[in-house]
Design a protein around this ligand. Structure first.
Ligand SMILES: [Zn+2]
Length: 392
């Protein structure tokens, strides 16, 4: 394959992955004005959703923190535009009242082109002091985890090197590990299917490092409580998915029990592609495991997603009760993909970044439906405590 073909191929894969994530979570939602409750928490000069921020309106303290954000650059190119992706992120953050975002590499495997980790974009994040922190491991640790999917291959040497790589990420400034994947279904061709049980020996090593360094692990684990046929829409979208999905929840419980000082942030509650991440299932696990935190990916109406927090009329009652019961262990992770302008427009008339807007609007709406105390706890205070962010 020529270098040019390789580049085109890589860009294509990146765009497909972004599209896959967008397709799973995007849906049409009408623009709505920011509710007064949320507006009160916005600093003077901050923009309301649906309005561009006024020039110079950026304020150092906005109202909520997003713990799960990705940057997209067309990274197959020789000079990936991380700075451009950061500018896209800042624009959306200002518009939707996001004071700070935790940026992390998605959970990659070796067979993907251009595998990268937090060091790739760390420099670009420093443009906006106090607005970003990063998690590391989605490139290096996750690809190693899945390379050694068969636990028989995990020698003491492999474990030692894995632990050393993990410590290095924290030494380099990461405030946690992410995004790691136990079960990650494929939503489109080029979007990987990944599976190891959450209590894989290298995940236990990572839990011990996380406990030692007092940092959390952001874990993508599609919830399956008993082996089940792959849902038809996922089977149709990607041949990478196997015909049957493995059970995942028992292994998650064993990971949680392995080291109680390791805090696990279970990602993407509230927009579940499989069906097992119900409020009841999440509540049962949170009740049993004090080191389980849950990050909410809020979406509005349709989309082939289940167990949503928002209903057409407001908060789902089961989620509402759980959010109140365990308010100190929920955070918000929008899973937004912030696309560099140089990457946008590569698809058929699509600007992928705009697909974040419905999720961000839905999240602001969600926060407005909570009591002010719970909104502040989930939207901000838990994050500062859990990730030890230097924010007052
Ligand atoms: Zn994820």
């Amino acid at each position: 394959m020529s270098a040019r073909c390789a580049l085109i191929g890589r860009s294509f894969v990146v765009i497909v992955v972004v599209l896959a994530a967008a397709v799973l979570t995007a849906e049409a939602q009408p623009q709505r004005p920011m509710p007064p409750q949320m507006r009160d928490r916005m600093p003077p000069g901050a923009a309301q959703p649906g309005q561009p921020p006024a020039p110079g309106a950026v304020k150092p303290r906005l109202s909520w923190i997003d713990v799960h954000l990705h940057l997209v650059t067309g990274r197959g190119s020789s000079r990936p535009d991380w700075g451009g992706a950061v500018e896209t992120a800042i624009r959306d953050m200002d518009q939707f009242g996001i004071a700070m975002a935790l940026v992390m590499p998605p959970p990659q495997v070796e067979t993907q082109p251009g595998v990268y980790d937090a060091d790739a974009f760390a420099g670009a994040l420093t443009r906006y002091r106090g607005r970003f922190a990063s998690l590391g491991g989605g490139g290096t640790l996750n690809s190693t985890l899945h390379r050694y999917a068969d636990p028989v291959q995990v020698t003491d040497g492999v474990k030692r090197r894995f632990a050393t790589a993990a410590e290095k990420l924290i030494d380099g400034g990461a405030v946690g590990f992410g995004e790691m994947a136990s079960l990650h279904v494929s939503a489109a061709s080029g979007h990987p299917y990944e599976f190891v049980p959450a209590d894989h020996p290298l995940m236990l090593v990572l839990a011990d490092v996380a406990a030692k360094r007092d940092v959390p692990i952001d874990l993508h684990l599609d919830a399956v409580d008993a082996p089940m046929p792959t849902p038809a829409f996922l089977a149709e979208r990607s041949s990478a998915n196997p015909p049957v999905l493995p059970e995942t929840l028992a292994a998650l419980e064993r990971l949680l029990a392995h080291n109680r000082k390791a805090n696990i942030v279970w990602a993407h509650a509230g927009s579940d592609p499989i069906g097992g991440m119900s409020a009841a299932a999440v509540g049962r696990l949170m009740g049993a495991h004090p080191n389980l935190y849950v990050s909410l990916r809020i979406v509005g109406a349709p989309a082939p997603l289940r167990n949503k927090v928002l209903t057409p009329t407001g908060l789902d009652p089961a989620w509402d009760a759980l959010l109140t019961r365990h308010a100190d262990r929920f955070v918000i992770g929008t899973d937004s993909f912030m696309v560099a302008p140089t990457t946008r427009g590569s698809g058929p008339g699509t600007t992928f970044a705009e697909r974040n807007t419905p999720k961000l609007q839905a999240t602001v709406h969600f926060l407005s439906l909570l009591s002010p105390d719970v909104a502040r706890t989930i939207g901000r205070d838990n994050v500062i405590r859990l990730y030890k962010l230097p924010v007052k």
